[in-house]
Design a protein around this ligand. Structure first.
Ligand code: URA
Length: 236
């Protein structure tokens, strides 16, 4: 759900079909509550997830949903697709069509995909300024060496987008295995970065986004709701 912000007086005037003058009156009479707290200011900003009541009658109570999915290879990170199964097709929640994807993965990448209807929360994970780290396990066709570490840390120029990638952390796990931490998500970024070394990514798996780790008990294609602790783990 896109986040719609509104001034409280406008919301109340519309929902209760009263004048702005009457809004002032009902606020002064302490008859309106936002998230359980008496509202007093006409210019208070509310959004779709603010719980709003008037004389204890609920005017708005939308529920925010947060899901983690272990995306298998071959499933597309989209809400609809003519050719492939989508991440939404894998879900079994009545609200699944309200969700949007928080950071897509390529068709042949597996691992952690987050979905929510709360765009304020998803923005905290995706806005470039936030620099939220995303961790990937990478398997490669050719042997790794130390040169990769500095090349990833220095950033690489992508002529098509005319940009240099932000510093990325590469840790060599074994000759053909690395862990890469990105703070952005350019098109096919990891594959293109290894491509600079004429090396081919043979498997790519996202294990975490910020503090959120993929729950290892989730088999490929399985999902679960995030816990309150996990939801609030994302920096405000
Ligand atoms: N980099 C890629 O190349 N693909 C992904 O799915 C994610 C990061």
């Amino acid at each position: 759900m896109a986040l719609n912000k509104a001034r409280l007086d406008r919301f109340l005037a519309q929902h209760c079909q009263i004048s702005r003058k009457d809004v002032r009156l009902i606020l002064a009479q302490k008859r309106v509550k936002i998230d359980g707290v008496v509202a007093l200011n006409i210019d208070e900003i509310i959004d779709n997830f603010s719980h709003i009541s008037f004389d204890n009658k609920v005017l708005q109570a939308n529920t925010a949903y947060y899901i983690m999915l272990n995306k298998p290879i071959g499933v597309v990170s989209a809400t609809s697709d003519k050719q492939h199964k989508t991440v939404i097709d894998l879900l079994d929640y009545p609200f699944k069509n309200e969700l949007h994807i928080v950071g897509r993965l390529d068709l042949n990448t597996s691992g952690l995909v987050l979905l929510t209807n709360d765009s304020r929360w998803s923005e905290r994970l995706t806005l470039p300024d936030r620099k939220v780290p995303k961790r990937y396990s990478v398997s490669l066709k050719n042997k790794l060496n130390q040169d990769y570490i500095s090349a990833f840390a220095d950033g690489m120029y992508f002529a098509f987008e005319d940009l240099t990638t932000k510093p990325a952390k590469l840790t060599i796990i074994s000759d053909y295995q690395a862990e890469v931490e990105l703070v952005e998500g350019r098109y096919h970024q990891i594959k293109r970065m290894f491509g600079r070394f004429r090396n081919t990514v043979t498997a790519l798996h996202r294990s975490s986004i910020g503090n959120l780790q993929l729950d290892e008990s989730l088999a490929e294609g399985e999902s679960r709701k995030l816990t309150a602790i996990e939801i609030n783990q994302i920096d405000k």
